[in-house]
Design a protein around this ligand. Structure first.
Ligand SMILES: O=P(O)(O)OC[C@H]1O[C@H](OP(=O)(O)OP(=O)(O)O)[C@H](O)[C@@H]1O
Ligand SMILES: O=c1cc[nH]c(=O)[nH]1
Ligand SMILES: [Mg+2]
Length: 217
């Protein structure tokens, strides 16, 4: 897997990440969603630098400008729920992209123990031979992303596959490296220290889905 750590050099991205994590600022759910969206825009821009471009002639009122545009169709696909705000940020930049949505949740056993990840809902276009960007802000154990990708890749083969996450735990990065093909790109806004006993990222930010959309039952 090719891993790209976006906050390796200082930028305004760090302001948005700091606000996401801040236990007081993050209580403002509109700001929380907006900051995830802004990070999605930054990640989309960074990722766009690695894509292939084709020539384009643009007619202006005064002449013709030879320029370039993204060569291949892009499919943005996010994992519900927490992926939605990050998805909006990517969509703001890849405005012609097709869009897909999948669900992933952990089924708990009778005694509360965690079992397998179920990927049940899927509403997505074909991504055969396209640039596929899979979006989820939190990479904790990595099990949700592995389950989703294993299901998606049995159906079709994209030209390129990119995974975009905001905060990653080392445990999740390791699982993805072990389980996913080498050609996949992983884009990480920031890498944290570890997981806690409940598989939350430390220091992380808490529960991204709940902070963006409220507590679920
Ligand atoms: O790497 P993993 O250990 O699999 O965990 C990461 C998953 O957990 C979060 O979703 P969550 O299950 O909280 O759902 P939500 O978006 O509805 O809150 C997050 O958005 C990922 O999808
Ligand atoms: O820390 C975590 C781990 C998984 N999902 C979250 O929202 N936060
Ligand atoms: Mg959640």
């Amino acid at each position: 897997m090719k891993i790209h750590y976006i906050s390796a050099e200082n930028s305004i991205l760090n302001h948005f990440l700091a606000q996401l994590r801040d236990v007081n600022i993050q209580k403002d759910s509109m700001r929380f969603r907006k900051n995830i969206e802004r990070i999605g825009e930054i990640m989309a821009y960074e990722l766009s630098k690695t894509l292939e471009y084709r020539d384009l002639s643009v007619q202006t009122p005064l002449g013709v400008k030879e320029t370039t545009c993204v060569k291949d169709p892009v499919v943005l696909c996010s994992i519900l729920r927490a992926g939605l705000a990050l998805h909006t940020g990517f969509m703001n930049f890849f405005d012609n992209a097709e869009n897909g949505f999948v669900s992933a949740y952990r089924r708990h056993g009778k005694h509360g123990e965690a079992s397998e990840i179920l990927v049940e809902y899927q509403a997505a276009p074909s991504f055969q031979d396209k640039i596929m960007i899979l979006i989820d802000p939190m990479l904790a154990t990595g099990q949700s992303l592995v389950a989703v990708i294993n299901k998606l890749l049995t159906e079709e083969t994209p030209k390129e596959m990119h995974i975009a996450v905001v905060i990653a735990a080392p445990e999740g990065v390791k699982l993805l490296e072990e389980q996913l093909p080498d050609h996949i790109h992983l884009w990480v806004a920031t890498l944290d220290d570890k997981l806690d006993d409940h598989n939350y990222i430390v220091p992380g930010l808490g529960d991204a889905g709940d902070l963006a959309y409220g507590h679920k039952l």
